[in-house]
Ligand binder design. Structure first.
Ligand SMILES: Nc1ncnc2c1ncn2[C@@H]1O[C@H](COP(=O)(O)OP(=O)(O)OP(=O)(O)O)[C@@H](O)[C@H]1O
Ligand code: NI
Length: 314
């Protein structure tokens, strides 16, 4: 069966706080196309993880989620939990941002990975154990047998980061949501993770959503990139266009803050511009026009098929 697209329609996620509801995702619509690696970038707190976790309904129940997320014909937000559980891991694998929360501290690594491999019945126990060792080897563990006999608390943070990547891919899901898969890894291991993701994508034709702060990874690994700012998608295009010809002043700011691209930080908000009804980036934007404080821009189509939410392109 063909792997379906993931289509998000008007997704909002709000949390109740002492100051009233705070929305981490604001009316977001986009289609992640099957057969592609789609990157999601944006500063800390922009809503990347909340967007990813809402697809699998893994947010705490204090999150108020509205909108629709289609996995082919199935609507994930209203799907009976039993059906959703069948999809998790088997059809949509997750490499979560926080490894410690997803590794079981009282279960040996071997059991966790082989169970993940056998859960959906793809392989028997023996074959699963061999595959677990092979997966670990791919993720840079030279002596997988000794790792398999240990517990996650005996591992370093970087090892656990790679272990959850192996776990997320154990069922060979058609879709993978990878949330910061290279976080905390040194350059050699980052490259290794990048190589495995690329291999898995090529060998198993997996489709991926890769959430990352690592713009170099995004440029190398992803076909296209989406940029989130305050829970809104403000730019989307091919990875090449976004990285080499960023259109939105925020995207340009993110790229120019890279050490290799000048290391110029994005300015802090201008206090005089804080109360406005316009573009969410208005208080920090060096290219802001008078209109930007009055009115929120919609999406403008770019000639090559990309989209940008900025009046400069109206
Ligand atoms: N359980 C929660 N309760 C209240 N607010 C939350 C909760 N989870 C996330 N948020 C808020 O939602 C916003 C978006 O968080 P999210 O984790 O999606 O950001 P992110 O883009 O993934 O950031 P990072 O790059 O640091 O991982 C943040 O302001 C965060 O404080
Ligand atoms: Ni995150």
């Amino acid at each position: 069966m063909a792997v379906p697209n993931i289509e998000i329609r008007n997704l909002s996620v709000c949390f109740e706080t002492a100051q009233g509801p705070a929305c981490a995702v604001n009316g977001l619509s986009t289609t992640f196309r099957a057969g592609r690696i789609s990157g999601v970038i944006g500063e800390s707190g922009s809503g990347k993880s909340v967007m990813g976790m809402s697809l699998l309904r893994l947010l705490p129940n204090t999150a108020k989620v509205t909108g629709e997320c289609f996995f082919g014909a199935q609507e994930l937000l209203t799907l009976p939990l039993r059906e959703l559980r069948k999809l998790r891991g088997a059809s949509i694998g997750l490499i979560p941002q926080n490894p410690n929360a997803s590794l079981d501290p009282v279960m040996k690594i071997k059991k966790q990975i082989t169970e993940a491999i056998t859960t959906h019945g793809r392989l028997g126990k023996r074959a699963a154990e061999a595959e677990a060792a092979e997966l670990l080897r791919q993720f840079g563990f030279d002596q997988p047998q000794s790792i398999l006999g240990q517990y996650s608390f005996q591992m370093s943070g970087g090892m656990n980061q790679r272990l959850v990547s192996a776990l997320g891919l154990a069922c060979r899901p058609g879709w993978v949501i990878a949330d910061e898969p290279t976080k905390g890894l040194d350059a050699v291991l980052r490259n290794q993770v990048y190589t495995v993701l690329r291999q898995i994508y090529t060998q198993h034709h997996s489709s991926m959503i890769v959430i990352t702060h690592d713009l170099h990874l995004a440029r190398q690994l992803c076909d296209d990139i989406r940029v989130l700012y305050m829970g809104q998608l403000i730019e989307q295009d091919t990875a090449g266009e976004v990285m080499e010809r960023p259109r939105h002043p925020y995207t340009a700011g993110l790229i120019h803050s890279l050490p290799s691209r000048g290391m110029t930080p994005i300015p802090a908000p201008d206090p005089a511009r804080l109360s406005h009804r316009g573009c969410p980036f208005y208080p920090r934007c060096s290219k802001a026009m008078e209109r930007c404080g009055r009115e929120a821009p919609g999406d403008f189509e770019l000639p090559d098929g990309g989209k940008v939410r900025c009046f400069l392109y109206a």
